[in-house]
Every structure is written in C-alpha cells, then in structure tokens.
Ligand binder design. Structure first.
Ligand code: ADP
Length: 311
C-alpha cells in the first residue's frame, strides 16, 4: 500500500442540527492528486476545515504521516479556500509579502520567492498596484501564489479553477502538476469533473455526510467498466448492426466517408477478441480501445444509487 500523508478514521462532525460527517474514513496517499468529490452539502468543506484545524471533529482521528494531526502541522499545509479575499486597499506586493511572512517565511526569503512566482506568472507589473485594481481572476492568481509560497507538503484547493478563464485554468493545472512533481500532495475539491479526469489519480466521493467511494481512479474505473469498446474503422457502408449479432449493442455510430467510429457493448461472456473476430471479415480496423466510464458517469450513478436508499 502507498504511504499516506493524511489518514482520517471514523471522523464525525455534528453541527447544532445536522451531522455533516458520519464516521468518514479515508486515506490520502503521499504525492497523490486526491479529488474530494460530492454534491453540494455532502461535507467536503467541513472535512477540509477539520484538516486545517479551523473546526474540531466530534469523533474520530486524523493522522499526519502516522502522528496525530496537531497545530504543528498547519505550516505544512497550504489552503486555498473557496471564498477568497485579499485586503482591497493594500498593494499586491506588500500584501503578498505580509501573507507570506504569516506562513513563517522571513521577509527577504518571502521577497525572493514571490518575485520568482510573479515572474513565472508574468504578473510582476501588478506588484505596486492596489488589489482593488485587479480583476477577480487576477486576485485569485495572487492568492494561489500565497497559498503555495511556503512550499507546503500538503496543498488543499477548494474549487481552484472557479473564476479563471481557460488559459489561466491551464496555467494553474500545470502548476499543480509541477508542485506534485516536486513532492507535494494535493487535495482538491471541485464540481468540475473534466479537471478531476485530467488531474486526479485518487478520489473520494462524499454523499450526505458519508464516504461512498474511494480509491485509485484507474481501479474505480475498472470496477465500473461495462465491457464496451470504441472502434474506428472503414470498409462498411451503413450500420455495424447489419454485421453484428443482435446481442452486441451498438451504443453509438458516427459514419464518415473515410473513418467511422462506433461504441459497442459486448454481451456477457465475450471479450474484445470476439468483437474483432466478427468485424474483421468486413472492416479495416484503425483504432480499438476500451470505453471506460467517465468520472461524471460514476459520480452520478453512485450518488443516485445512494439517494434511492431509505434514509
Ligand atoms: P460541501 O462542502 O460538500 O458542500 P459542507 O461541508 O459545506 O458541504 O456542508 C455540509 C452540511 O453541513 C450542509 O448541509 C451545510 O448546510 C451544513 N453546515 C455547514 N456549516 C455549518 C454550520 N456552521 N452550522 C450548521 N450547519 C452547517
């Protein structure tokens, strides 16, 4: 098993009239990009706040590299909350320096690191401008820098891409991958399934205060596989339905002059070689791969499954 930087065991959190986490157990492997997913109100922010020790749990334990999570670990965590805010009247550079020093950096170290980051993000010209002169997206970029400036081992991003345009989303994604490459572990909470698909290697799905799914994304996808394949081919005019036995379900076909694509679900007990054997006498195959479910499909199917259960 991969070593875990953070291990939560039976974590329960109750608000006055709502239990926001019910005995949640999960483990975040070191150097993973770990997606904390779930519908609104599932308990994601509550969990993140507990890890950041803004909130206390009622029951359960959390360990950091095997030792009990304590205030000493706070400096080793970088947290970008969903509701962000910089002081509007302060200048960008001055504020970034101040916030970086709060994270334990000396002024000169903070200055050096900030300059490197500002150059990397090409935002040096903002240094002497007031925060209120920056757009929301620009402010978020500054907050991102301040979140990672002390090179924490664990980064927690709550909806990191909201408010960014596609170019800046890409820049941020690249930075997240680079930080992981340098040894950081990243937890991020989001509703943006495309970014989960692209970045995460592990996920946990929370629903109604409970964890209902967790694991390596590749393993999860395998458990939800449907024996379906995508094939690119040419040679047949018209539908593959006329060639295949009716037990092969053609989910979708896009027929083009030169290269057609079909998605096919195989009957139980058959495999890709059976499909290929049926098709080979009729078509030239240009591409063939398994059609794995998307995280979005898995998310919706799991959440619906649990919503159908009696409370
Ligand atoms: P998520 O981040 O998954 O959307 P949250 O952790 O923010 O979920 O909230 C989980 C549930 O706890 C929600 O039903 C929310 O209304 C409730 N909740 C959150 N904070 C408080 C609070 N301070 N007092 C009472 N209920 C709260």
């Amino acid at each position: 098993m991969q070593e875990e930087i953070l291990t939560a065991t039976n974590v329960t959190k109750r608000y006055a009239n709502h239990t926001a986490l019910k005995s949640v157990t999960l483990g975040v492997p070191k150097q993973s990009i770990y997606g904390l997913l779930g519908p609104n109100g599932a308990g994601k922010t509550t969990f993140i706040r507990i890890v950041n020790q803004i909130l206390a749990m009622d029951e359960g334990t959390i360990t950091w590299n095997g030792e009990k999570l304590s205030l000493d670990h706070i400096f080793r965590i970088g947290y970008l909350p969903e509701e962000r805010g910089l002081y509007k009247k302060m200048k960008v550079g001055e504020q970034a320096l101040y916030l970086s020093q709060l994270k334990g950096l000396s002024r000169s170290e903070a200055n050096q690191r900030l300059k490197r980051w500002f150059e990397r993000f090409d935002i040096m010209s903002w240094w002497n401008r007031k925060v209120e002169e920056l757009s929301k997206g620009m402010q978020q970029k500054v907050q991102f820098v301040v979140t990672v400036i002390h090179e924490p081992e664990l980064l927690i991003f709550d909806e990191p891409f909201s408010g960014f345009d596609p170019i800046n989303v890409n820049i941020l994604k690249e930075e997240i991958l680079r930080l992981r490459g340098q040894g950081a572990t990243i937890i991020f909470s989001t509703h943006n399934m495309a970014s989960v698909e692209e970045l995460c290697d592990h996920i946990a799905l929370l629903n109604r205060s409970e964890k209902i799914l967790e694991g390596r994304m590749a393993d999860i996808k395998k458990t939800f596989r449907t024996n379906s394949y995508v094939i690119q081919y040419d040679g047949v005019k018209g539908s593959l339905r006329s060639i295949l036995h009716p037990s092969y379900e053609v989910l979708e076909e896009v027929m083009e002059e030169n290269l057609s694509t079909a998605r096919i679900r195989l009957p139980q007990g058959t495999g890709p070689n059976d499909l290929i054997a049926h098709l080979l006498p009729h078509v030239t195959i240009h591409g063939f791969s398994e059609l794995l479910p998307t995280m979005n499909e898995i998310f919706i199917s799991k959440v619906n499954e649990y919503s159908a259960l009696p409370r």
